[in-house]
Design a protein around this ligand. Structure first.
Ligand code: TYD
Ligand code: MG
Length: 461
């Protein structure tokens, strides 16, 4: 807060980064004199066991992947925030949601604050979503939107997006923090008082966080994030906060010519174009929510001409790549110090869990030595700083998924459970041990100084 004009932010030191926001009383306080906070069912304290369990049951949306991630569907009166980068498919998903909702007898109203009615109509035609029971109001004014919603009486309200609507009664400009907070608070109030399941679209900034303050996430019941690589068809819906069920369950979609399609078998889709016998490629069973999924990791190691060689990671946190490179050098005698290193997850998937460590390290050694690992192998385990391998949660479920897709060998830490039928395990207690057991190149065990020559001639087939 700066009470008067200032050219420089006293907190981060940036110049010309301050915007004027007139101090205003919250809209609610002004529009409802005597407003004294929310009261649900009497002012006396009630024994928790006597509180009625009303209104908490989710209603299925009819889109399986959505219902899966939302633990059953949307709860009447709940507010769900769906964040995602521009162009990822939020409007598409929510239009399909509206159509599906209407198909099961509901009434959906879309507040389009970013597009014209024509644009929404065109998209709806493409998705087969221009159906009875789905209405649209095009406005950036929150009072107009709420008024329309009051008259239309939908049981599903979609606001696309919460950053694009503004309440003129709040003095601050559109898109400002106070606007967003006040608009979201009014929408939450509307949803709760009318029992309307409400979905808000939220934009994210370049770093992937929801634009605007955390307060938006505190206000709503459920926070989802819709992610994917714009150049790939795969889209993943994750839930990071859910007041009506567990989080962590994942919805997987594919963007097609006619909208988003649920993907029942992501592993098969992700491994569809895999070429076997290529050095630097390792398949790892990752676990997203309760759902195992096989993804292919690829690494490329090339002699560098730079003083500081490149370390580029796509779909993997850069920290995991740095760790794999350091542990390989210090604990497995495989130095990549003079090499550019690239690692990526195929298919535009993002994986952050430690279970990818082993596969990532093996992919690096495989790429550095030009030795391909067998096409029937998966690897799964966490790599510790001492180079030891550790078991990761639900290894059994991961191996079962690998076996289902025809993999017959798995490289795992020593404590891993017995494999499913038809699969054999390569158990290794250290990364160096795994490298040796899999016959990977000339990497030596122990903290030796030996280095691996990149680009050794091995035909990738
Ligand atoms: P959109 O839902 O507008 O994204 P957001 O609301 O997150 O900004 O969708 C953006 C992209 O999706 C657009 O570039 C085109 C693509 N798309 C398809 O590939 N197929 C479709 O059926 C639709 C409607 C969109
Ligand atoms: Mg949109």
């Amino acid at each position: 807060m700066h009470p008067r004009w200032s050219g420089r932010c006293t907190q981060c030191g940036a110049w010309n980064s301050l915007a004027e926001e007139p101090a205003v009383a919250p809209a609610r306080a002004r529009s409802a004199p005597g407003w004294a906070g929310r009261v649900d069912g009497g002012t006396d304290a009630v024994a928790l066991a006597d509180v009625p369990l009303a209104g908490g049951a989710p209603r299925a949306t009819g889109i399986d992947e959505l219902d899966r991630s939302l633990a059953g569907g949307l709860v009447p009166g709940s507010v769900t925030l769906v964040g995602g980068e521009p162009g990822i498919g939020k409007s598409t998903l929510l239009l399909q949601l509206a159509a599906s909702w209407a198909a099961s007898g509901g009434r959906a109203l879309i507040v389009a604050a970013e597009e014209s009615a024509g644009q929404v109509r065109r998209r709806a035609e493409r998705l087969g979503a221009a159906v009875p029971g789905v209405s649209v109001v095009v406005t950036t004014s929150l009072p107009v939107a709420l008024d329309a919603a009051g008259r239309d009486a939908p049981d599903l309200l979609v606001v696309d997006s919460v950053q694009a609507v503004a309440d003129p009664a709040v003095g601050a400009g559109g898109g400002s923090v106070s606007q967003m907070r006040e608009c979201a608070a009014s929408l939450v109030h509307f949803a709760k008082s009318r029992g309307v399941a409400t979905v808000l679209v939220g934009h994210v900034t370049k770093d992937g966080v929801l634009a605007g303050p955390k307060v938006l996430e505190h206000l709503v019941d459920t926070v989802c994030s819709f992610d994917g690589e714009r150049h790939h068809a795969l889209r993943v819906l994750t839930v990071s906060k859910h007041r009506f069920g567990p989080t962590g369950e994942l919805g997987v979609f594919e963007m097609t010519e006619s909208g988003l399609r649920g993907v029942d078998d992501p592993s098969a889709l992700l491994l569809g174009d895999r070429r076997s016998g290529v050095a630097g490629s390792v398949v790892v069973p990752v676990l997203e929510g309760r759902r195992p999924m096989l993804v292919e990791l690829q690494a490329l190691v090339a002699r560098s001409s730079l003083a500081t060689p490149r370390r580029t990671a796509q779909g993997i946190p850069p920290g995991r790549l740095a760790l794999a490179v350091a542990v390989l050098e210090q604990r497995a005698g495989c130095s990549l110090a003079s090499c550019d290193v690239f690692a990526s997850v195929v298919g535009g998937v993002k994986v952050a869990e430690p279970a990818v460590d082993l596969a990532l390290a093996l992919a690096l050694v495989s790429a550095a030595t030009g030795t391909a690992l067998g096409p029937d192998l998966v690897a799964c385990g966490e790599v510790g700083l001492a180079g030891e391998l550790r078991q990761v949660v639900h290894t059994d479920r991961r191996l079962a998924e690998a076996a289902r897709l025809g993999f017959t060998r798995a490289c795992v830490p020593p404590s891993a459970p017995d494999p499913p039928p038809g699969m054999s395990l390569v158990r290794a207690s250290t990364l160096a041990g795994a490298v040796t057991a899999l016959g990977l190149g000339r990497a030596r065990g122990g903290p030796a100084r030996g280095s691996v020559e990149p680009g050794a001639p091995a035909d990738p087939g």
